[in-house]
Ligand binder design. Structure first.
Ligand SMILES: [Cu+2]
Length: 262
């Protein structure tokens, strides 16, 4: 009995160590990424002790019965069976409820009433940014219909403002994926799919196609630029010159570096 107690203490200690080893997640760059990474952490906190417990029982069993010449069949233990059935049901109930709660968030799943039209959902905030991401083999066009702006350079979004992204395709099925913002949505010809999010960290995030769509699929890359409100307004006024300006800054920085060289 004392041995069993000692084993239980060791397993609990290992589980606590393993939980401590769960990596803390970097600051989420959007509200969508926040809820997804929180769920991921919750599930890890649950899964790691269970994994440690199962591995510990396995290792103990292998060691304890390593020299057993006369193995006996396992005796029925109804209490143990009822316990692990209820425990498993509780774990699955938690996983199901926590996952459903995240999936039901409008920033994770937003469904359009009529996918043939891009009519905004009724509860959209007034200052929400609306952008269309039009995919085709093998590039993207970003349209801001309310601002009359179209660009293929990158998707520019202001931080801390709700954004509605209407995603569609001109040809085959693509998928718009921005991992750092927690965004992923299929782009289907003839219909709009909606992503709703709110970027919370300025920066440049990689956007790529996550659906094999032909020969040029690996090069179907772009970026999402999350900028301050002021920068966004300036960019909307003159998208071309703003982009050229930043390119000019880059090339002058490169230029001064090469000027100093031989
Ligand atoms: Cu693709």
């Amino acid at each position: 009995m004392r041995g069993a107690r000692r084993t239980a203490v060791i397993v609990a200690f290992l589980a606590a160590l393993a939980i401590g080893a769960v990596p803390s997640v970097a600051v989420a760059a959007s509200v969508t990424e926040q809820v997804i990474s929180r769920l991921n952490r919750q599930l890890l906190y649950l899964a790691v002790p269970i994994a440690v417990l199962v591995e510990a029982i396995l290792a103990y069993t292998v060691w304890r019965f390593r020299d057993n010449d006369e193995p006996e069949p396992t005796k029925e233990n109804r209490q143990l069976e009822i316990t692990w059935t209820i425990a498993t049901a509780l774990v699955l109930l938690f996983v199901g409820t926590a996952s459903f709660y995240v999936l039901a968030q409008p920033t994770v799943s937003t469904v359009l009433d009529d996918p043939q039209r891009n009519a905004e959902p009724g509860n959209a905030p007034e200052d929400a940014v609306e952008a269309h991401i039009v995919t085709e083999q093998w590039n993207y066009t970003f349209e801001y219909p309310e601002e009359n702006v179209t660009t293929s350079e990158s998707l520019v979004l202001p931080e801390n403002r709700t954004a509605y992204l209407y995603i569609t395709s001109e040809d085959v099925i693509h998928s718009v994926h921005v991992p750092e913002l927690g965004l992923k949505q299929d782009a289907l010809p003839g219909q709009y799919n909606l992503l709703r999010t709110e970027p919370t960290e300025k920066g440049e995030y990689r956007l790529y196609c996550a659906e094999l769509c032909g020969r040029g699929h690996p090069e179907m890359l772009s970026t999402v630029q999350v900028v301050s409100e002021d920068e966004y307004e300036r960019w909307l006024e003159n998208p071309e010159s703003a982009l050229n300006e930043s390119e000019a800054n880059e090339s002058s920085a490169n230029g001064s570096a090469t000027d100093g060289g031989p």
